[in-house]
Design a protein around this ligand. Structure first.
Ligand code: NAI
Length: 293
């Protein structure tokens, strides 16, 4: 018995890296999987069928069930086609893992409009489009569902040279926090994954060593993702999980009131509020670096 017997999942960008690892484990746990991948390069150029086909072949060789889908997440018709593929192939749909992504890193000073737009398009609009079609299907099906959105510490915390990517990934987290509230009455959970793993996307950003490859293998991230898709995780929604190696962290918020007076009084003077804020600065939590989570 698998944890996901009878469930059907879509994983976007599942032709390599984290998406491949998620798809293999979902299938191992009994889910039937639509393996989506555009099959292009790391920067989003090009396309092809071999990446998605390769992962489908791996799943079938291991005794699982999967079909390939080659469209782009940022194409509305392709996003609708992923849902149709799941329903036509397996008769239903329960799980969406939004994972597809690209990088166009530049310092903000040097970033072109095209580099900004394509990263927002693939990550934020791509996550929106696929989720939009899946959402309608889950509501009509009436049996709840599971949606994972892949963000990043670059968006939740910050990372040099990734304003486009950080904006998209923060947008995805904001999208999740609202959609999670809207999904509650329908039993649809929506959570964010901020992973760290050695993949095509990060191979030149991380030190090269067998120890790093082992510690940051994508397969170390997938178990938490797959558990969030099970019936046992029905109450877990609206959360942001940082997962790397075998560590799972919950990223939560703390609101610190740093200056307040009765709201019926006159507004603060600018110097007055400045003095009140400045007096607390030394006590503020330090700015995190992405790898500290
Ligand atoms: P990866 O480059 O190995 O995988 C991304 C996959 O998405 C590729 O197979 C690519 O062909 C596919 N893809 C790209 N554009 C697509 C599109 N328009 N439509 C469909 N498929 C498309 O990268 P990795 O590391 O596995 O990344 C997976 C996700 O995790 C991404 O969203 C990434 O931003 C996120 N992430 C990864 C981190 C890491 O440490 N590897 C850190 C933080 C976030």
């Amino acid at each position: 018995m698998g944890h996901l017997d009878g469930k059907v999942a879509i994983v976007t960008g599942a032709g390599g890296g984290l998406g491949r690892a998620h798809a293999l484990l979902l299938a191992h746990e009994g889910a039937q999987v639509v393996v989506n991948d555009l099959g292009g390069d790391r920067d989003g150029t090009g396309g092809g069928t071999s990446m998605a086909d390769g992962v489908v072949a791996e799943i079938i060789a291991a005794g699982g069930q999967a079909v390939a889908h080659y469209g782009s997440v940022s194409d509305n018709d392709a996003a609708a086609g992923m849902v149709a593929k799941a329903v036509d192939s397996f008769g239903r749909l329960d799980i969406l893992i939004n994972n597809a992504g690209i990088l166009r890193d530049k310092s903000f000073k040097n970033m072109t409009d095209a580099e900004w737009d394509i990263v927002i398009d693939v990550h934020l609009r791509g996550t929106y489009l696929v989720t939009k079609h899946v959402w309608q299907h889950l509501l009509a099906q009436g049996q709840g569902g599971r949606i994972i959105m892949t963000s990043s510490t670059s968006g939740l915390i910050g990372n040099f040279g990734q304003t486009n990517y950080g904006a998209a990934k923060a947008g995805i987290a904001g999208f999740m926090r609202v959609l999670a509230l809207e999904g509650m009455k329908n039993g649809i959970t929506v959570n964010v994954l901020a992973p760290a793993a050695l993949s095509r996307m990060t191979e030149d950003l991380m030190p090269e060593s067998p120890e790093v490859a082992e510690r940051l293998a994508p397969e170390k991230v997938s178990p938490a993702v797959v558990w969030l898709c099970t019936d046992s995780a029905a109450k877990v929604t609206g959360r942001q999980f940082c997962v790397s190696g075998n560590r799972v962290s919950l990223l939560s918020w703390q609101v610190n009131v740093i200056a307040e007076k009765n709201a019926l009084e006159a507004p603060w003077g600018v110097s007055e509020i400045g003095d009140a804020i400045s007096a607390t600065i030394e006590q503020w939590p330090k700015l995190l670096k992405p790898m500290e989570v």
